[in-house]
Write a protein that binds this ligand. Structure first.
Ligand SMILES: NC(=O)c1ccc[n+]([C@@H]2O[C@H](COP(=O)([O-])OP(=O)(O)OC[C@H]3O[C@@H](n4cnc5c(N)ncnc54)[C@H](OP(=O)(O)O)[C@@H]3O)[C@@H](O)[C@H]2O)c1
Length: 337
């Protein structure tokens, strides 16, 4: 198969290219080469999609399948316009941020309500337009479905992607924290749900879709699991099978300016409830029935820890600092004594 990855110099795009090349496919990655390097053994074509004619370096070529990861509606529109007649199957990597309702647990891709597309004039969801990430991905999905058509398109709405080469500070926080051992601040309650997808599992499913002609719109993430199960899985993968967890109530954390999801003072994969009760609890029965396979979390944690140790300069550090964690734990212990 001739596979074109529009992207391929970062996390998921690199994982798709790596797996496809290992499976013997002829892989081309097209990007600027600014964010990173393509994996060894694939062909790299330098393109700048900010230019409407930016894919002209690929003129005259045919591909069996495309995987596009863009966040920019103009990039999606120009790509489908340029390549629709020369491609058999198109996978677009979207996001569960396209959904309008973050509060209702158990929603399915087939029926969940979506956000409106990006407003006129919004094409790059960064900086002052960062809040338009979901709407921009809605617009990208529409561009693919309008031009390529549902019969040739696989729209994969990824959840939190984790694993080696993760450019975020989210999953690496828990890998690092549980690997360090000692008393660990566990946010919220043990039975609250979390949801993620291993980057290699998602890449494998994208490759499977291209190989088999899978079409449709699906969520790209594994089944939800409890936060206790999540922390136990990570702990097992990093060689600390019996973590010393102290569960601290949401309100107590909020009062102490411990923040959700990612960044400074954050506890990743923790989101305020009930506002986000639907965000990490999606029903992915249809995705699993359509070929998504998920590996044990301990494997994901082990491979992530290995990458973090071998590539320390590439790891983005964030989340609650050890001293701040100890302070909150001390205050919690005094409160419940
Ligand atoms: N990470 C998560 O947890 C998460 C969750 C849900 C959904 N997603 C989605 O999953 C996908 C992740 O993709 P990814 O890991 O491969 O990272 P990414 O950040 O989406 O990669 C963007 C790719 O596009 C290329 N690019 C950017 N500007 C370009 C331009 N002007 N011309 C040509 N190429 C350009 C970049 O390469 P150069 O900069 O080198 O050009 C890079 O290869 C995205 O679709 C994201 O929206 C991610």
């Amino acid at each position: 198969m001739r596979l074109l990855v529009l992207g391929g110099t970062m996390f998921l795009g690199r994982a798709v290219a790596r797996l496809a090349a290992a499976a013997g496919h002829e892989v081309t990655c097209a990007a600027r080469g600014v964010s990173g390097e393509p994996v060894p053994g694939v062909r790299f074509v330098q393109v700048d999609r900010d230019d409407p004619a930016g894919l002209s370096a690929l003129d005259g070529e045919r591909f069996d399948a495309v995987v596009d990861v863009t966040r920019r509606p103009s990039h999606a529109r120009h790509a489908v316009a340029a390549l629709a007649d020369r491609v058999d199957h198109w996978s677009y990597v979207s996001t569960c941020s396209v959904y309008a309702d973050n509060g209702t647990p158990g929603q399915r891709a087939a029926t969940a309500e979506m956000l409106a597309p990006a407003p006129e004039g919004v094409d790059n969801p960064i900086g002052e337009h960062a809040e338009f990430y979901g709407p921009c991905k809605v617009s990208c999905e529409q561009a693919v479905l309008d031009t390529i058509g549902a019969q040739r398109s696989f729209v994969c709405r990824a959840g939190l992607i984790v694993g080696p080469e993760d450019p975020s500070d989210r999953f690496p926080y828990w890998v690092d924290r549980l690997a360090r051992g000692g008393e660990v601040l566990a946010p919220g309650a043990p039975d609250e749900l979390v949801q993620y997808v291993d980057v290699a599992d998602l890449a494998q499913w994208l490759l499977y879709a291209a190989e088999t002609g899978l079409t449709g719109t699906f969520d790209g993430m594994g089944a939800p699991l409890s936060r206790a199960g999540f922390l136990a899985g990570v702990a097992a993968g990093v060689g600390r099978p019996d973590p010393e967890l102290t569960w601290v109530a949401q309100d107590f954390l909020v009062e102490r300016d411990v923040r959700p999801w990612s960044g400074e003072r954050a506890l990743p994969l923790w989101l305020p409830l009930p506002e986000y009760a639907g965000f990490l609890t999606r029903d992915v029965t249809d995705s699993l029935a359509a070929g998504l396979r998920t590996r044990p979390l301990a494997e994901t944690a082990a491979s992530t820890l290995d990458w973090m140790r071998t590539h320390p300069d590439d790891v983005r550090r964030g989340g609650l600092e050890p001293a701040d964690e100890a302070k909150v734990l001390g205050e919690w212990s005094a409160r419940i004594a």
